[in-house]
Design a protein around this ligand. Structure first.
Ligand code: AMP
Ligand code: MN
Ligand code: MN
Ligand code: MN
Length: 280
């Protein structure tokens, strides 16, 4: 097998600092094995994994870009929009204060979900969930794991279906900032705002509104898009003068659909994103 030099970027990746299975060191090692030149760390609502990621990346001569995946409410009862901020300044005070607030909100919400579950007769301790989240931001995935571990349901899917999916009895919604506020925060923190996996959320009609808020790019290449959808979002990007991003949305073995190495963004697109960020 010929060994190619590292090339291309994967700009949508998760670790144990949110709902991924990889530690930052595992993620960097996997990216290195897959011959990626650049990775974007985009854990949900946190930059806490960046220091470790950056250190591990440096040792293997990979570039690591600091990012965060934000969830913003959509109008009506539709899917939330996921907006990835890339090239964020990890030392930006307002950004870090906001992320700290998100972390605390997530913790309180998990405790409320456990209380709802207890009321339904599902015996569980909030500490079990907090322990499972470890260094990471608490998500419903951790609540689901705790429900399974306590023997109440056979699978994560069943835990969501029966208890904590949107509309299920122990579901507690999360306070989320609006898309215009989120995009402005990303810009204030020196970053670019990318609409993640638009083909998954299927809200094309929202794109002009997001563009008016300052959206910079679309995640054109991701595992949720076939080649027709890639072309569709390339056309929309050209129409609105948006830049192009790409990411596998890898969560390690926590999710089946994402594969590190399956998505590789050309360097010219990475440089266009970097240049846009440097103008913020
Ligand atoms: P949260 O951000 O706390 O609302 O939780 C979102 C997490 O739960 C993400 O990791 C999702 O992928 C995961 N999730 C949401 N719905 C399901 C489901 N039906 N089955 C498995 N995981 C899910
Ligand atoms: Mn996730
Ligand atoms: Mn997402
Ligand atoms: Mn993601």
């Amino acid at each position: 097998m010929t060994s190619q030099p590292p090339h291309g970027a994967d700009l949508h990746l998760h670790t144990i600092f949110s709902d991924g299975a990889y530690t930052p060191e595992d993620l960097v090692a996997a990216a290195h094995r897959n011959r990626l030149a650049t990775i974007g760390l985009t854990d949900h609502d946190t930059l806490d994994g960046f220091e470790r990621t950056s250190r591990a990346a440096e040792e293997l001569s990979l570039e690591a870009i600091p990012g965060v995946e934000f969830s913003c409410p959509s109008q009506g009862d539709r899917e939330e929009a996921h907006i990835v901020g890339l090239f964020l300044d990890p030392g930006h005070d307002e950004l870090q204060d906001t992320l700290k607030q998100f972390r605390e909100n997530r913790r309180r919400r998990a405790i409320r979900m456990v209380e709802e579950l207890n009321r339904m007769g599902v015996a569980l301790h909030a500490d079990d969930v907090l322990k499972l989240a470890g260094v990471g931001n608490i998500s419903r995935l951790h609540v689901a794991h705790a429900i399974v571990n306590a023997g109440h349901v056979p699978s994560i899917e069943a835990a969501f279906r029966r208890y904590i999916r949107k509309g299920a009895p122990a579901y507690v919604p999360r306070d989320r900032p609006s898309a215009d506020w989120t995009i402005a925060l990303i810009h204030r923190a020196g970053g670019v705002a990318v609409l993640a996996h638009p083909g998954l959320t299927k809200r094309d009609e929202d794109i002009p509104r997001l563009v008016s808020y300052g959206l910079d790019a679309l995640e054109v290449y991701c595992p949720d898009h076939d080649s027709n959808m890639e072309q569709h979002y390339l056309d929309i990007a050209a129409q609105h003068r948006l830049l192009v991003s790409a990411g596998s949305d890898c969560h390690g073995h926590n999710k089946k659909r994402s594969h590190l190495g399956s998505i590789r963004l050309d360097r010219n697109h990475v440089e266009a994103l970097r240049e846009r960020a440097s103008g913020q």
